[in-house]
Design a protein around this ligand. Structure first.
Ligand SMILES: [Ca+2]
Length: 363
């Protein structure tokens, strides 16, 4: 009997070794049978949208995809260390009137499908400030940068096609720019963006900042450390419980509702050499030139009509030799005349009933 004990023990061990998998197989088989005979409740569960495909703002893009794209293409913002509004602010979500919680480097993001282009997504990065404390300043300041993204299946394969930097939108001083992503070396990541001191216009180069509208300065610049990118959702479906999204206190609503990548604008960017950053609204430039009294300077390249459509010819770095002495001269001329520029613009605004000031969205 004792001779059998090891074998018996071995048998028990074997039984213990193989018992668990056998039990699992049995459970799996039972589960399958139950699923078949119970009207496939497991399949019904699989059809229910999972947490990973949640679409809180109902625009057809999952929260996860929006979040991934916003993180991947976040621009490298440069801000002035002497900005009197310090840095982009975080606003109290529950307050319908925009109320600063902290000047802490929060960036607010938005992602939505491009109309009639289901494989493309537009990203907006809003840098929202306590105040515009430059010339003709005012409380609250809503500025942004945008990207047009081509999806290639998922966020990791996505590529930026174009970038847009807003500067004094909807004013006679509009100096917004558009560029092919390749021009900015920003197909797989966000570009460098210079934010002017106090006015908070966004520019794709430091030199462009100086040609904004006479009041823009990009001096004593330092990288913005972004504390968080907060997805605001869509105007009809704000996320994070944000109550100030449609506030009439600032012109944010119109920036949320419109595309920055119109077909004519993209066509102009496509026609330009790949080294060029172009004005988004070149029709505004002659009016600015008239006010500034420096026809040559506004083109950025100081070559007259040829430059009317081009903000700046650039290369991969901001210190490229493409930035000729002519442009530096133009920027210097604007710099010297800037104080008078804003006085002239103030008079213009008074005469024309707010030609300069951004129009507030009506509630
Ligand atoms: Ca969205």
């Amino acid at each position: 009997m004792e001779a059998h004990t090891p074998a018996a023990t071995q048998g028990r061990r074997s039984s213990a070794r193989f018992g668990a998998p056998s039990a699992l197989r049995l459970i799996a088989l039972s589960t399958c049978i139950l699923a078949i005979f119970a009207g496939s409740p497991l399949l019904a569960t699989e059809k229910t949208p999972a947490r990973s495909v949640q679409d809180s703002d109902h625009d057809g893009l999952s929260d996860a995809l929006e979040s991934s794209l916003l993180a991947r293409f976040s621009p490298a913002f440069m801000i002035s260390s002497t900005d009197c509004s310090i840095m982009p602010a975080q606003f109290v979500a529950e307050m319908s009137k925009p109320t600063v919680r902290a000047d802490d480097g929060t960036v607010y993001g938005q992602a939505f499908p491009r109309k009639d282009h289901p494989d493309q997504v537009e990203l907006h990065y809003y840098h929202l400030w306590r105040s515009d404390c430059g010339q003709l300043g005012h409380a609250l300041d809503a500025e942004h940068v945008a990207a047009l993204i081509q999806l290639h299946g998922d966020a990791n394969a996505a590529k930026a096609l174009y970038w847009y930097a807003a500067a004094h939108e909807d004013t006679i001083c509009d100096a917004s720019q558009v560029a092919q992503a390749e021009t900015l070396a920003a197909e797989d990541r966000g570009p460098a963006v210079w934010i002017s001191n106090g006015k908070h216009g966004s520019f794709f180069s430091r030199d462009l900042c100086a040609t904004g509208c006479g009041g823009d300065r990009c001096q004593q610049m330092q990288p913005l450390i972004v504390s968080e990118i907060v997805n605001v959702g869509e105007p009809a479906a704000p996320m994070q419980g944000i109550a100030w999204l449609l506030s009439p206190e600032w012109p944010l609503q119109q920036k949320l509702r419109r595309s920055d990548f119109t077909d004519p604008r993209l066509a102009r960017a496509d026609r330009s050499p790949k080294t060029d950053i172009v004005w988004a609204n070149p029709s505004k430039r002659p009016a600015q030139a008239a006010i500034l009294g420096v026809n040559a300077g506004l083109g950025g390249t100081a070559t007259g009509a040829e430059a009317a459509d081009t903000a700046l010819a650039t290369a991969q770095t901001d210190t490229s030799s493409a930035l000729g002495s002519a442009k530096q001269h133009a920027a210097k001329a604007l710099d010297q005349s800037s104080s008078n520029v804003w006085k002239a613009l103030r008079r213009s605004a008074e005469k024309t009933g707010g030609l300069l000031a951004p129009k507030k969205t009506q509630p």
